[in-house]
Design a protein around this ligand. Structure first.
Ligand code: CO8
Length: 260
């Protein structure tokens, strides 16, 4: 271990030329709050500027990769502030991040958690991981690429089923959908991610960046238009009474009561 940076909601270490980010709010299933957004942006900046680092791994501590945006915070934050600050800096940072990122899914990967994974370049999942976009159960919709990257990856019909039912699928199903590159035993997840990262890190740093940018461009042109519509509809959904009721119900650990 060469460097360890200090953060509250995440842990960073640099091993040889691999930067490892661990999401670290395990008692909240690594729900992404604004502090985590800020810290992830800072950490990604540091890893991007650190010339020893060629590739990054993101994983989670505890039994989740991430259960998505912090629902309590989302309910309590005025829509105006979410639109101004919100989670956007993280998605923008990931979109421009030049080095390859491997997401290593150690458990529950839901909502913004799956969107985070899909913003990475390669996804490895532990056998017990569960993936999905459960936003609809809160009266909202995915807001950070879930409707766009998922659809491009698994196709319209599977994406519709996932987004409209909100159900979580197993790592094996996700592998069959082409949503994860590889499923590995739970206890070898990080080793497998590091093994792949090491193989990639044998290539020249500059060539990796150029290759990543070129492959990413295969998505980019129409993706941005889709993401804009998604974001608009996410804010719209978030402003409804149904969303308030859905998120309150989650926090109060009961079923939402929706009129229609
Ligand atoms: N936010 C806040 N807290 C959470 C979240 C979350 N997303 N997920 C879990 N937690 C908390 C629980 O409240 C609980 O806390 P406590 O112990 O204090 O009561 C703790 O984590 C453990 O969770 P559970 O007891 O619920 O664990 P289970 O194993 O019973 O259930 C589930 C696991 C099924 C994953 C369940 O936790 C769940 O349904 N979580 C919510 C998943 C979800 O709906 N995610 C989508 C959130 S919305 C979103 O991500 C939109 C992103 C848009 C980003 C763009 C912004 C601009």
């Amino acid at each position: 271990v060469k460097y360890i940076y200090m953060y509250n909601t995440i842990q960073i270490e640099v091993k040889e030329n691999i930067g490892i980010i661990r999401l670290n709010r395990p008692d909240k299933l690594n729900a992404i709050n604004l502090q985590m957004v800020e810290e992830l942006v800072k950490a990604l900046d540091e890893l991007e500027n650190n010339n020893d680092v060629k590739i990054v791994i993101i994983t989670g501590n505890g039994r989740a990769f991430s259960a998505g945006a912090d629902i309590k915070e989302m309910l309590e934050t005025p829509l105006e502030d979410i639109m101004k600050r919100g989670h956007m800096p993280l998605w923008e940072k990931l979109r421009s991040f030049k080095k390859p990122i491997i997401a290593a899914l150690n458990g529950i990967t839901a909502g913004g958690g799956l969107e985070l994974a899909m913003a990475c370049d390669i996804i490895i999942a532990a056998e017990s991981a569960k993936l999905g976009q459960p936003e609809i159960n809160l009266g909202i919709i995915p807001g950070a690429g879930g409707t766009q990257r998922l659809t491009r990856t698994v196709g319209k019909f599977r994406a519709m089923e996932l987004v409209l039912t909100g159900k979580l699928i197993s790592a094996r199903e996700a592998e069959a959908y082409g949503l994860v590159n590889k499923v590995v035993p739970d206890n070898s997840l990080l080793d497998e991610a590091i093994k792949l990262a090491k193989e990639i890190a044998t290539k020249p740093a500059i060539t990796l960046m150029l290759a990543k940018e070129a492959v990413s461009k295969a998505w980019d042109t129409l993706l941005q238009q889709g993401l804009d519509i998604e974001r608009r509809n996410f804010y719209l959904a978030l402003s409804t009474e149904e969303a308030k009721e859905g998120m309150k119900a989650f926090i109060e650990k009961r079923k939402p009561r929706w009129e229609k």
